[in-house]
Write a protein that binds this ligand. Structure first.
Ligand code: WTA
Length: 649
């Protein structure tokens, strides 16, 4: 039997105690399709509304008029749902367990404390002149203040835009400008794997870029006390302003469709786009999926290892768990520091029941052998989760056997920044698991496969993954550019949301995501547009032309392979390779570090001048025998040259 055919059936014992078993899944899924209005009206009751919604679903995927609204006459406040409503019943329960980069540093923040801190920051934001509708950029370490900042924005109706702390000053600048952001909240430095990252220096550099003048203030958390520059009049210490504020702040009444946050992500073309997520539908969906997909039971410690800079951190470290009154663990560091046993040690230390992580982290540990987990027992674990990229069956089985001691179901959750929450995933008490498959759709989600012409494929098939109707967690638009939203997601296949992913459906109706079918790379679970990296490269004086493709990488899933044509007067050299590598890292961030650079005297192009990436991908993957038809190339000899001088890795 190959790995792919293995099935791990749901255990009766697990199903008996789970929120959702097979029968319940079938019944609720059917109901969610037959009567979406009734289903979601019922689910929305899990939130505290100020005005309960009476209008439930108003959505259109018609490319002439994409219009997505959920619960549109309801009003609520997201921070009140994550904090205030828990105070009476669980004020002293831990909301956030913070585990520092240094294993000797950790702390517990109760719901009451988190509420007070959020109110204090909310009042501080008001003092800084921030109000409803203003955009606040967060560029922060993984510390409780990051969650406090998100919730404080939500409390006063400001819109947060979190920028991953590993991105460059240019990326920060681009996002400050794109969202007209008046305030940046950051820290002096972040700490990861024993090393400091100069967040405040990066913000200083970002705010020298033209266009960033909109940003008037920088609020700085003192995390390390490291040396930083200070700009009087602009920079404000977090503790100096926040500590003196009242811990009372009335939450702003927000419409369900008022924006909660913007989050930038990469696409196949152009600069990263800021997806707009709104309040009522997003929170309903994040909270519901968190409870059911992880089978979260009251009192359990839940740990998602993502960074708050990504959507996974938004929905499944902050909003979903806190809306559910869960205890959510936030880890500042990296799984390999101080040793590769760290993840298991954290599980033991804090009694973690649910561990949600990424295939790339699992593969990195797996590379060190089974003994890498010997420093921990991990008996407290009950459910495991995977997200960000396809998980190969070998990594799945290792995760199951070594980390989960062969007793925890794995939920392989497929979703996207655009979807706001998990769309295809096992519910651990309801689905028999097949390693490598995200299994079946969540309630209210209608996945389908289409061929390149947009024809729906029935039964067992492979094609492009689309979603046929709206769900409440879906992004509503691209910030400031609804036309681009329509173009990107609703114009490829009429009347359908196009995910950009390829997918296979097997004879049991299980979905197997095969990866992106567009020019988006997924490197260690991080999304990057090839176009972004190319435009960074061609901005270097030595580069005449560049083409970027992904190639299979044992640990990262995909690596970055770059073909560079040099400008006249430049010669290939190892120094130049290093320089270009540094250039991209500085421009975009270390996550965009090239794995391979190949000098290319010419690139394979069609007669109309279009680069044939299909060929470049094959050469990068060392599949030079299956290049297919090259007869349409302007100069087929270019290909032979590239194969001959294929860069070794
Ligand atoms: C990929 C992350 C296979 C996919 C939540 C998607 C996955 C992109 C899975 C979104 C999974 C995410 N199996 N592929 N379980 N989860 N992906 O926006 O290609 O950072 O389109 O959201 O990651 O990445 P994003």
């Amino acid at each position: 039997m190959t790995e792919q055919q293995k099935v791990h059936p749901v255990s009766d014992d697990f199903a008996a105690k789970a929120w959702i078993d097979k029968e319940k899944y079938q019944a609720l899924y059917q109901q969610s399709l037959d009567d979406p209005e009734g289903f979601w009206a019922e689910q929305a009751k899990r939130l505290d509304w100020i005005q309960a919604p009476t209008k439930i679903k108003h959505t259109s995927f018609d490319s002439h008029n994409v219009d997505i609204r959920w619960f549109e006459d309801g009003t609520l406040n997201a921070s009140a749902n994550c904090l205030d409503r828990h105070l009476a019943t669980r004020g002293d329960q831990t909301a956030i367990i913070w585990e520092g980069d240094d294993p000797n540093e950790s702390k517990h923040v109760s719901y009451r404390e988190l509420h007070a801190q959020t109110c204090q920051l909310a009042n501080a934001l008001k003092e800084l002149g921030i109000g409803k509708g203003d955009v606040v950029t967060l560029y922060m370490p993984m510390i409780p203040e990051a969650a406090v900042a998100m919730l404080a924005c939500a409390r006063i109706g400001a819109v947060h835009s979190v920028v991953f702390g590993g991105f460059s000053p240019d990326a920060v600048a681009q996002r400050v400008i794109g969202a007209d952001s008046k305030l940046v909240i950051t820290a002096d430095e972040s700490v990861r794997g024993g090393k400091q990252v100069p967040l405040k220096d990066n913000v200083d550099a970002a705010l020298t870029r033209p266009g960033t003048e909109v940003c008037e203030k920088v609020l700085v958390v003192k995390r390390t006390g490291g040396e930083i520059e200070w700009k009087d009049g602009r920079d404000v210490w977090y503790h100096e302003l926040v500590d003196k504020q009242s811990s009372d702040c009335q939450p702003e009444e927000m419409n369900a469709e008022d924006p909660l946050f913007i989050l930038y992500t990469s696409g196949s073309t152009g600069a990263p786009k800021g997806l707009k997520h709104t309040t009522g539908g997003y929170l309903t969906y994040a909270s519901l999926t968190h409870q059911y997909v992880f089978d979260y039971q009251d009192g359990e410690v839940y740990w998602c290892t993502a960074d708050v800079g990504w959507v996974t951190g938004h929905s499944y470290i902050v909003y979903g768990p806190l809306a559910n009154g869960a205890t959510t663990l936030m880890f500042e560091g990296v799984p390999s520091y101080p040793s590769h046993g760290r993840m298991g040690e954290i599980v033991d230390k804090h009694n973690v029941a649910i561990l949600y992580t990424a295939p790339t982290a699992i593969r990195a540990l797996m590379a060190h052998g089974d003994n890498v987990m010997d420093s921990s027992k991990r008996d407290s674990l009950r459910v495991l989760g995977s997200v960000g990229e396809p998980i190969n069956p070998e990594a799945w089985e290792w995760f199951y056997r070594v980390i989960g001691n062969s007793k925890c179901p794995i939920v392989d959750t497929w979703w996207q920044t655009e979807t706001g929450g998990i769309l295809i995933s096992p519910l651990p008490g309801a689905m028999d698991l097949k390693p490598g498959s995200a299994t079946l759709p969540f309630f209210g989600v209608m996945p389908a496969l289409v061929d390149n012409e947009g024809n729906l494929l029935e039964g067992a098939a492979e094609g492009n993954l689309v979603i046929l109707d709206s769900w409440p967690g879906q992004a509503r638009s691209i910030w400031g550019n609804h036309e681009r939203f329509i173009q990107t997601y609703f114009s490829t296949y009429q009347g359908m949301y196009f995910t950009g992913d390829g997918c296979r459906r097997d004879e049991d109706g299980y979905y197997w995501i095969t990866g992106r079918v567009d020019d988006v790379l997924n490197v260690s679970g991080h999304r990057m547009g090839t176009a972004e990296i190319e435009s960074s490269l061609v901005a270097h004086e030595s580069v005449a032309e560049a083409a970027v493709v992904g190639f299979p990488h044992d640990i990262k899933g995909q690596g970055i392979y770059i073909y560079v044509t040099l400008a006249d007067g430049y010669e290939p050299s190892d120094e130049l390779k290093k320089e270009l590598t540094q250039w991209v890292r500085k421009d975009i961030g270390p996550i965009a570090s090239p794995d391979v650079i190949q000098w290319a005297p010419g690139l394979p192009k069609t007669r109309s001048g279009k680069i044939m990436r299909r060929i470049l991908r094959k050469i990068a993957a060392n599949e030079c025998d299956g290049l297919g038809d090259t007869s349409t190339l302007a100069d087929p000899s270019v290909v032979d040259e590239l194969i001959e001088n294929r860069a070794s890795r």
